[in-house]
Design a protein around this ligand. Structure first.
Ligand SMILES: Cc1cc2nc3c(=O)[nH]c(=O)nc-3n(C[C@H](O)[C@H](O)[C@H](O)COP(=O)(O)OP(=O)(O)OC[C@H]3O[C@@H](n4cnc5c(N)ncnc54)[C@H](O)[C@@H]3O)c2cc1C
Length: 475
């Protein structure tokens, strides 16, 4: 049954924000006390600080420390309502957004729409790789990767076949951007420092960590010099860096790549594979552009916007962050934050002061950074390059500033302090659900397609497979 569109009582201008990531949350916060009603809708119940996901995956932080709930963050903001639902439909002409939570539908009518649904992992047309090599975009992904990393060592400990032991102790990370570099550094530290004395039948020091990328260097956006320094540091940590190489296959057994220089194909056996090599904007962008004549999403699904960050001919639809294509701006937290704040100011100015002309968005580059190991980070701010301990201190200061919530900042600082001094990590718990959940859900969806089982039964009540032991094909 179709639901009736809802809007808050009182008849104020209604701003609907899709996504409570960096763009959406900072837009909502900027609208606190504005003379508007705000509804922020997200498929998760938390605001995720994605740049620290790799620390959850490698046991430095726990998930709660980087993902406070959206309701808690906005609890004092009286003009704002939080809706937890996955947006499945946006009707540009009717100005409605339809969300779904386990078969329950909510339809919201907007006066202004802020699209901030971010991006997902892209496997460049090889979506089947995802079964064997999870990306890192969500808490679920980070916990699955943690379970795969720790699971590899556990399996190696009880394996007698030397070749299989070697496969289990080989970790392949695809994509040498900041996430890949940070992960590779952390897996190396786990193998050589954290887990060193914890196993009896394997030498964790012998673990092979490979970082593979199609570019000629690691950290391409940081430039040649910083890329070289980061690579040198990684190699010192025991990471094997493979550049100029395109991954051509990922399966349960391992990874194959082809050198772009020599055309030579190399296959490496590996149990734990991680994908950090590409992003595609939320499909909601394409859903919206398909309804508007003359506007097309780009190849990565990003929506082109004008200087006021709206879609041509639709002054009421703003797009910010990883979903927008504007001025070749990169997919960075600061781009999303500044975009979110800018559009909130535009809406506020028009509703409260009756402004008729719109300013142009101007991005202030605050720099990019990546941590390679304990006490070593690379930072690029305009033409300035900072490396090593000073870079690490800057990284620390920036992450403390932007982590949401005093408690989270306090706990993260405490964890980083402890982690710097001690080889131990206190967040390495891994469960079967974390390891298998994503692939089981994928199998359930396949069953749903093959047998016509209603999605609400699968997703909400998990009727399919209930009580049966469903093993995913990866294990
Ligand atoms: C592992 C990793 C490391 C990173 N490291 C850095 C870094 O060091 N520095 C940096 O500047 N940037 C970094 N980034 C990039 C940065 O996190 C993004 O640019 C930023 O999060 C984009 O903000 P956004 O608001 O556009 O999207 P997001 O922050 O991704 O938020 C999107 C929100 O929309 C919600 N959503 C999506 N689809 C739907 C739907 N259909 N219905 C309802 N809700 C939906 C999601 O649940 C999410 O809450 C990193 C990203 C990742 C994944």
């Amino acid at each position: 049954m179709a639901s009736t569109p809802t809007r808050p009582a009182g008849g104020r201008h209604h701003v609907v924000i899709v996504g409570a990531g960096f763009g959406g949350l900072f837009a909502a916060k900027r609208l606190a006390d504005a003379d508007v009603d705000v509804t922020i809708i997200d498929r998760t119940n938390h605001h995720l600080f994605q740049p620290l996901l790799y620390q959850v995956a490698t046991g430095v932080l726990s998930s709660g420390e980087i993902a406070p709930t959206i309701r808690q963050i906005l609890r004092k903001q009286k003009n704002t309502r939080v809706v937890k639902a996955e947006v499945r439909e946006i009707d540009v002409d009717a100005r409605t957004v339809t969300g779904d939570l386990g078969g329950r539908e909510v339809v919201l009518q907007y006066d202004s729409l802020i699209l901030a649904a971010g991006a997902g992992q892209s496997y460049f047309g090889n979506d089947h790789f995802a079964e064997f090599a999870p990306g890192m975009k969500s808490i679920d992904d980070a916990l699955e990767i943690r379970a795969r990393i720790t699971g590899a060592f556990e399996r190696a400990e009880i394996t007698t076949d030397p070749e299989e032991k070697r496969r289990l102790l080989t970790f392949v990370i695809v994509g040498a951007g900041p996430t890949g570099v940070e992960l590779a550094g952390q897996v190396a530290e786990m193998a050589h420092r954290t887990l060193r004395n914890e196993f009896r039948d394997i030498d964790t020091d012998s673990a092979r960590i490979l970082l593979v990328d199609g570019s000629p260097q690691v950290l391409p956006p940081f430039g040649k010099n910083l890329g070289k320094k980061a690579q040198k540091k990684l190699e010192k940590l025991g990471v094997e860096v493979v550049t100029d190489s395109l991954v051509t296959n990922v399966d349960a057994e391992g990874v194959t790549w082809k050198s772009m220089k020599t055309e030579k194909e190399t296959t490496v056996g590996s149990y734990c594979k991680i994908w950090s090599a590409g992003v595609a904007a939320s499909p909601l962008g394409r859903m919206v552009t398909e309804q508007i004549d003359g506007v097309d999403a780009d190849r990565a699904g990003r929506v082109p916007v004008g200087d006021d960050l709206t879609i041509d001919g639709h002054k009421e639809i703003f797009v910010v962050g990883d979903m927008m294509s504007h001025d070749r701006l990169p997919g960075l937290a600061q781009v999303a934050i500044q975009g979110g704040q800018f559009v909130a100011d535009v809406i506020r100015g028009e509703v409260e002061e009756g402004r008729t002309s719109r300013p142009a968005f101007s991005y202030h580059d605050k720099g990019t950074m990546a941590i390679v190991s304990r006490f070593y980070a690379v930072v690029k701010i305009g033409d300035r390059e900072i490396t090593g301990f000073p870079g690490w201190l800057m990284w620390l200061a920036v992450h403390m500033m932007f982590l949401v919530g005093f408690r989270n900042r306090f706990v993260a600082a405490y964890s980083w302090g402890l982690n710097s001094l001690s080889p131990n990590r206190w967040n390495l718990v891994a469960t079967r659900q974390q390891l298998h959940g994503r692939n089981i859900l994928r199998r359930l969806r396949e069953l749903e397609d093959e047998q016509g089982i209603r999605s609400v039964m699968v997703r909400d009540n998990l009727k399919v497979g209930e009580g049966r032991d469903i093993r995913p094909t990866t294990d």
